[in-house]
Structures are given as C-alpha cells and as structure tokens.
Ligand binder design. Sequence first.
Ligand SMILES: C[S@@+](CC[C@H](N)C(=O)[O-])C[C@H]1O[C@@H](n2cnc3c(N)ncnc32)[C@H](O)[C@@H]1O
Length: 323
Amino acid sequence: MTGNAPRNDTKEHEDYSERFVLCFMWVRGSSCCCYVNLIRTDLIATPIYPYMSQLKNAFDVYLFALSCGLRAVMSGNIGDGLKLLIAPVGYWRFLPNAFVLQEFKSQHNPKVLDASSPKLLSLMLASRTGNKVYATDLNDTQIFSRWQQFARALGLKNYEVEYQDARQLKYPDEFFDLVYSISVIEHIPGQGDAEALREFCRVLKKGGRVVIEVPYRRQRREIVAHYDSKGAPLETPQFYERHYDASWLRERLEDVQGLSLEKKVILGETLPIDPWIATNRLPRPLRIVLLPLEPLLAALNYWSRAHDTIGRPLAALLVYRKV
Ligand SMILES: C[S@@+](CC[C@H](N)C(=O)[O-])C[C@H]1O[C@@H](n2cnc3c(N)ncnc32)[C@H](O)[C@@H]1O
C-alpha cells in the first residue's frame, strides 16, 4: 500500500531520510552498510538544502529546549528545568517540530494557536513572534503549572495558556495566522477530528496555515483504553485514539471545506525503535538514559516521505492553507 501522491509542494520534503543517509554516509566514509538499501541514485542530483533546513529547524527547537531548561533552573524552577534538560525533545516530536517551525518562519510575526500539542514548541514560537501565542489544552493542568512557569522564566509576555475544546474554540473568526495541533485530533471520538479541523479553519485568517499530525499505519485501527491516565481500571473501556491509514486520511482529513491541502508527508522510522521506547519493555534506568538521546535517534532513524512503501510509517503530517 502506498500513501497518496501529495497535491502540491511536498516535493521538497520527500525522502528526507534518504538525503540524510546520503550525507551521513558521505561524512562517515560510506561505513554505514545497514542503510545502503535506502539510497537512490537519483538523489545524487537532488539539492540537499531542503533536508538541511528541516534538520536545522529540528535542532533549533532542541537547542531552545536546552536553553529553556537552563533558564528555568537558574530562575529556581529546578525540577522542571532538569526534566527539560534530561528529556528536551521526544523521539516522535523532533521532525513535526521542524515542519511547524518551517510554516511559522514563512510568515511575518504570526499570531499562533497551539491546540493541545506538546508545549515546548509554542514557547519557542512565542519567543520569536511579535504577536501572541495561545497555548491551549482541553484539561491538562500542566499548561498552567509547568508551561506558564517556563514562559515567565523566559520573560514572555505574549504567551497565553487556556483550556479550550478544539471542537468549539472560543476565538473569533479569522483570528490566527497559524494553527497547529500535533498528536491531538486522533484522540477526539466520533467525528471530533473533522469537527476540530473545521474549527481550525474558522479561526484562521485567509492565507493562514494549519498543521496537524496524526498517527498513521498501513492498517487503520481504533484503540480502546482499559485504564485511565493514572493507571486505574475503567468500568467500561473508552475510545483512546485512531491510527489512520491512507483511505481514512483521505476520507476524514484531506477534504475540508475552506482549507486547501498543501503538503502531506508520511513520517516513520527505519529501525524499529518506537516499539521499545513507547512501551515498558526496556528496564527503567536504560529508558532514562535514552531520553536525552532521543533527538539524535530521531535525526538518524526518523524519516519523512511522500509515501509509506518502505520503513515503518508512524505518523502523517498535513499542512493546509485557508482559501
Ligand atoms: C497525546 S496528547 C498531545 C500532546 C500533549 N498535549 C503533550 O503535552 O505532550 C493529546 C492531547 O489532546 C488533548 N485533547 C483531547 N481531546 C481534546 C479536545 N476535544 N480538544 C482539545 N484537546 C483535546 C488532551 O488533553 C491531550 O493533552
């Protein structure tokens, strides 16, 4: 099964990892045999620039996380600061951050809505725009107890945190230049994913961008939770999240009135690292040792492509423009 052809300018994002591997092998004197099967000769003529700029974006967010952790420690918030220094950017977040940052950079001082995404990136965007960043979640108290504290330590006055349901945002029409929602709408039951997308469209200015990322596999699946977020058994199992496949992406997310799909990329991994770090398989001390290394593992192993035919697809990232 293949992912669908991108509609417009996905070209520059294709085969990210192959380019990386090419570069890596060149640097390492072609010693990395396990990646040889990924190399395509036609890439030799392909400009390396788009890949390098994505990697730079991803590492910029990583460096921001470290500096933010240090600032928090120095301002007395030692626990949260250390946590960020130890686990600055998760394995699965490294590449999506780069894509969102790229859309952010394409606009001048955008007003941004982060709808329930992991919050680190929203802090960085607030530090780089003359406009406001609204960092929301449905009910995660950490937006106040953790992320608002980081914003204060960084002296950010344009960082607003609020509880918001993505299906019914309280903002007026055409309020934002950029809306992004990473690993969120797959958790909204029923038609909640499509409802959230319509709402993102409503609050977006014409020409503005929406970026979403959802789990993607070759076979669709709805996952049901038997335990709550604190590990207590639920009386009745509850919907937890959707894993989209190509046809579910098409049916549920690609055709949104008012939004034109500009990019669609599949993200995934070459070696199966996800099954180890997403579960309790590894002994806890080893898992902790891996936390600071996750950005590096992602840089080496996590790819973005226009198709899902090789490797282990894990997510789909979609960028829309309001028309
Ligand atoms: C996997 S987490 C995403 C990342 C998470 N916020 C973090 O900081 O790592 C999914 C998030 O979606 C949020 N969520 C679930 N349903 C929602 C809804 N209807 N509207 C807005 N957010 C929702 C949850 O509160 C949760 O924070």
